[in-house]
Structure formats: C-alpha cells, structure tokens
Ligand binder design. Structure first.
Ligand code: GUN
Length: 287
C-alpha cells in the first residue's frame, strides 16, 4: 500500500507555526499582519475559496480586509483600489481572487500589485524572481506541493519529475521550484504525446491537469511519489457530489506515497497563503 500523505496534518502544523509568528509580530508592532482579499463578481467557487481564506486568516490571528466588488466593476476602479492597498500600511498582503470578469485584463491587475505584498506570487516581478531563483513570494499551491514532497523525499537532486499541466498558477511555478531543487523536470500538458510512457519513467508525478482520474495505475512506476493537485466536483454513484483528483487513487497503491483528494494539496494552499502573508509582513517590517 502506498503511504497516504496527510495534507491536513501538514497544513495544521504550518498554521500553528504561522499563528505563533502572527502573535510575535503583533507584540512587536501593536497589531497583527493584515491581508486584503479582493473578490470581483460572484463566481460561486471563488466565493467559497474567499470565505475560507478569510475564516482561516482569523483563526491564526491575521486581520483580513474583505473587498467585494460587483461583477461590472471597471478595470480602472479595481486598479484604483489596488493602488490604495499597495500603500496602506495596515495591509501586508493583497490577494485578488481569479478568474476576474472577462472585461478586466487579469495581467494588468496582477501586475499592479506591489510585489512586496503579492502573497499569491502572481505578479511578473515575483514570477521572474521564482524563475531566476532570487527569492520573492512563491505561489501558494506550488509551495504547498513542495512542502508535501518534503515529507516523503529528503533530496530531490537528480530525480525525474513529471509535471502534468502548464498553468501559470500551478504547473509552471512547480516546475521552477523542482528545478531549483535540482530535479530533472519534464513539463507536460493535454497536447503531450505518449503521456503514460513519460510518466512511467518518473520518480515524482505532479498531476495538475484538472482531468479527473487521468493518471492510471499503469502510468506509475513502482515506488514513485505522486502529488495530486486536481480537484473536480462530480456526481457520485449515490447521486451526491464528490471531489475527485487527477489520479486514479485506487490504482496507484504500488507508489511509495500519494496525496488523497480531498485532504492532500487542498488544505496546503490556504496554509501557505497565511504563511506568505506573515512572510510579507515580516519583510515589510524590516524596511
Ligand atoms: N483562483 C484559484 N486559485 C487561486 C489562488 O491561489 N489565488 C487566487 N488569488 N485566485 C485563485
């Protein structure tokens, strides 16, 4: 049987460490770090994510400032808000939930966030820092993936890692983080030929394609480590909704370790957001 990597337990540990840092920051500065959460429109999934982020912030003592804007908000008005948050000394982290409504250019908005407060690590400065290995804030889900890998593999040097998915939020930054740790990285995607053959050679598979049960048992080498970033809501046999990952979990029990869905990568994203917010606050404190 493959070991099940317990994302909830690792996330809880990060949250405990973050809560202690929040308390120490508040003792030094008279108030806790502040996170501005911006949601434009009412995409149901985004509403759930944002509510969760705000609740978890409160749990570790981070002050959150919620900015809910109507779907028809203009890009200029959104940029004006970002400019205000960029210079607000009470705000140490800024998160703009994506996707944004179609009339708003995502790149323009993410690019306007002060890199020192960009707790999602999505702005071009932080993307550049990540790809040149020069610090900065790292996107939360990729950071969470690396922390889970660290619980089962001590040294990634020379290991063959296959990333399935090339999104800006997950696939590309994970590839950069793996390269930084000296893994040999192959980035694949939906158009990749011979995906099963490529995966079969991998010591590490990061599945982030958003395709339920894409990775089959025969794609996986004995003893590989699999991190499943996929999370898709489907109708289960009982008619009830259930969450499924990108990996056919029951077929990969010959792996060394695998993350479950739910309870794997999911809880890590928010834990890393909280950790990034404290990291940003501590860096701003030193300025
Ligand atoms: N939409 C989906 N994932 C994320 C995320 O990690 N951060 C933000 N801001 N929006 C998202």
């Amino acid at each position: 049987m493959a070991d099940k990597i317990d994302g909830r337990a690792v996330a809880a540990q990060i949250e405990d460490e973050t809560a202690a840092k929040v308390e120490a920051f508040a003792a030094r500065n008279g108030q806790a770090p502040g996170l501005a959460v911006v949601l434009v429109g009412n995409d149901p999934a985004s509403e759930v994510y944002v509510a969760h982020k705000i609740k978890k912030s409160a749990k570790v003592g981070i002050r959150s400032y919620e900015h809910r804007l109507p779907a028809e908000t203009s890009q200029d008005d959104l940029l004006t808000l970002i400019t205000r948050l960029n210079i607000d000394p009470n705000v140490h982290g800024i998160l703009v939930q994506v996707p944004l409504p179609a009339h708003i250019e995502e790149g323009a908005v993410l690019g306007a966030i002060n890199p020192a407060k960009d707790v999602d690590g999505f702005c071009p400065v932080n993307v550049g820092r990540l790809s040149t290995g020069t610090g900065g804030l790292v996107p939360c889900t990729p950071l969470g993936v690396m922390k889970l890998l660290d619980t089962v593999i001590d040294d990634l040097t020379g290991l063959d890692a296959v990333v399935i998915g090339k999104s800006n939020i997950v696939g590309k930054p994970i590839a950069m983080l793996l390269l930084e740790r000296e893994a040999t990285v192959t980035v694949t995607h939906i158009e990749t030929k011979n995906l099963p053959d490529i995966c079969r050679k991998a010591d590490i598979i990061i599945a982030a394609a958003g395709a339920p049960r894409l990775v089959k048992g025969y794609w996986v080498k004995e003893g590989a480590v699999i991190i499943d970033v996929g999370i898709t809501r489907i109708k289960g046999e009982s008619g009830k909704d259930k969450l499924v990952g990108d990996v056919a979990f029951d077929e990969v029990q010959h792996a060394k370790a695998v993350t479950p869905v739910p309870g794997g990568v999911g809880p890590m994203t928010i834990a890393c957001l909280l950790a990034n917010t404290v990291q940003a606050a501590e860096a701003l404190e030193k300025k």
